[in-house]
Ligand binder design. Structure first.
Ligand SMILES: [Zn+2]
Ligand SMILES: [Zn+2]
Length: 454
């Protein structure tokens, strides 16, 4: 893999996008992204300042600003692979001081006058998207595509229509403060918070925010069913949980492709997949055909546009000729069987070159962008699977850290150091670790407890 750790592609310049938004004006929304604050109170939050520059800083505690708001004390948060795009300044419309984090849960502290579904003291998890609950898309259950919460006119210009506002994901996603914090204001709290039963610990419930529904959705979009074979590119949290969903769906074979040995070991030994290490097997497509002579029925791209393998795409990204690499999707187009299906769950952002459109057409492949997953469409059903024990997201939970060490955690997570996979980040409001989950580690004290699972 080419090391691009100090590289920011000029194709996406966050400053230019901010200027464009200013010129065009905000897209109208039905809730504000500028909350009021409680008098005299402060909290710790993780804020973005630039390429690979995130800082834990004091900021104000949000107050009820709209009648549909809920204020939540955070008991669990984490860093997501997609936060690394922000960390590397690869998402448009970031602004210095933005509070990041879209996966979070906690205890309801205060509710607005229009709130009826939750009350003070309830344990809740938030969906990463902010849905209004009443627009056309929300009514169809497509919460991630809410039409009323994203103020980004830049995204509307680029895509035709924007996705929903997201917590902590830049002004490209509506400019809402995120959940890598001690307190969060949740707009439309009746819609965007799910109550958690006492039998489900925080260390399992937190991941209903994003990675559990997102991984599940990627398998639905790839048409994974009993008896079908699946190849998954990327053994990060989404790829691994998708592999687990494929096994639960009784897929005939699941092949996971990555180059991080401990992640491949987890896929093979804990989840029971075949694995391909692309550092050893340079020709991934041939390696897949060796296992499945007709090609796989389904492909899931859970890698990321940042990870180029060859010099061609690395150079094109460096000089701004493309924002996203097509290498993985082209491998999938070659490796999937004729009339097979591919879902793209990796966060592609804008433009790519050398896309193998011929294979898409000539092999009759269905290529589906998953979109940001409509978390709320799935989360009741998936909570039941967690409650019953059918699905245990802690198979990928590797470490527990404290919010004070968030900037060190970003760095270690980005470098894939110390076996860090999916983390649980505690705040002063968190309880002790649930039995069987990782104890508290400290990066600052160089006391990182080896994980039981990774
Ligand atoms: Zn996430
Ligand atoms: Zn809506």
């Amino acid at each position: 893999m080419v090391d691009k750790s100090n590289f920011t592609p000029p194709g996406i310049t966050t400053t230019a996008a901010n200027q464009a938004q200013k010129a065009m004006g905000d897209r109208p929304t039905t809730t504000t992204n500028e909350p009021n604050f409680r008098d005299g109170e402060s909290q710790l939050t993780l804020q973005w300042y630039g390429n690979k520059d995130v800082r834990v800083k004091e900021s104000g505690v949000p107050a009820i600003t709209e009648p549909t708001d809920v204020i939540v004390k955070v008991t669990g948060t984490t860093v997501c692979g997609s936060d690394l795009h922000l960390y590397h300044k690869e998402i448009m419309q970031l602004q210095r001081g933005d509070i990041l984090g879209h996966e979070w849960m906690g205890i309801v502290d205060e509710v607005g006058s229009a709130i009826t579904n939750v009350k003070k003291g309830d344990r809740v998890v938030a969906s990463f998207q902010i849905a209004c609950g009443t627009c056309k898309f929300c009514k169809e259950g497509l919460s991630s595509m809410c039409d009323k919460t994203n103020s980004s006119s830049v995204q509307e210009k680029l895509y035709g229509k924007p996705f929903a506002g997201l917590f902590g994901y830049s002004h490209f996603a509506g400019g809402f403060a995120g959940g890598q914090a001690e307190w969060v204001r949740c707009p439309y709290g009746d819609t965007n918070l799910l109550k958690i039963p006492d039998s489900v610990p925080d260390e399992k419930a937190l991941y209903l925010s994003d990675i559990i529904p997102t991984s599940y959705h990627s398998t639905v979009c790839a048409d994974v069913k009993e008896g079908k074979s699946v190849a998954i590119w990327g053994a990060g949290p989404i790829g691994l949980l998708a592999a687990k969903w494929c096994k639960l769906a009784k897929a005939s074979r699941v092949i996971v492709i990555d180059n991080v040995p401990e992640r491949l070991a987890l896929a093979r030994d804990t989840i029971g997949t075949d694995v391909i290490n692309f550092d050893e097997e340079k020709d991934v497509v041939s390696a897949i055909y060796k296992l499945e002579p007709d090609g796989v029925d389904c492909g899931i791209d859970a890698a990321a546009f940042r990870y180029t393998k060859g010099i061609l795409h690395t150079v094109q990204r460096a000089v701004g000729l493309e924002t996203d690499s097509s290498e993985i999707v082209n491998e999938a187009l070659r490796a999937v069987r004729k009339f097979g299906t591919i879902s793209l769950v990796a966060d592609y952002a804008a433009l790519t070159n050398q896309f193998l459109i011929g294979a898409l057409m000539e092999k009759g492949i269905t290529l589906r962008g998953t979109g940001q997953a409509p978390v709320q469409k799935y989360w009741h059903e998936l909570l039941e699977k967690i409650e019953s024990g059918e699905f245990d997201p802690t198979i990928i939970l590797s470490h527990r850290f404290s919010i004070e060490e968030f900037s060190e955690l970003y760095e270690a997570f980005d470098k894939k150091e110390m076996g860090i996979m999916k983390t649980f980040v505690q705040t002063k409001f968190s309880g002790p670790p649930a039995p069987g989950t990782p104890p508290l580690s400290s990066l600052r004290a160089k006391d990182v407890k080896p994980s039981a699972v990774v």
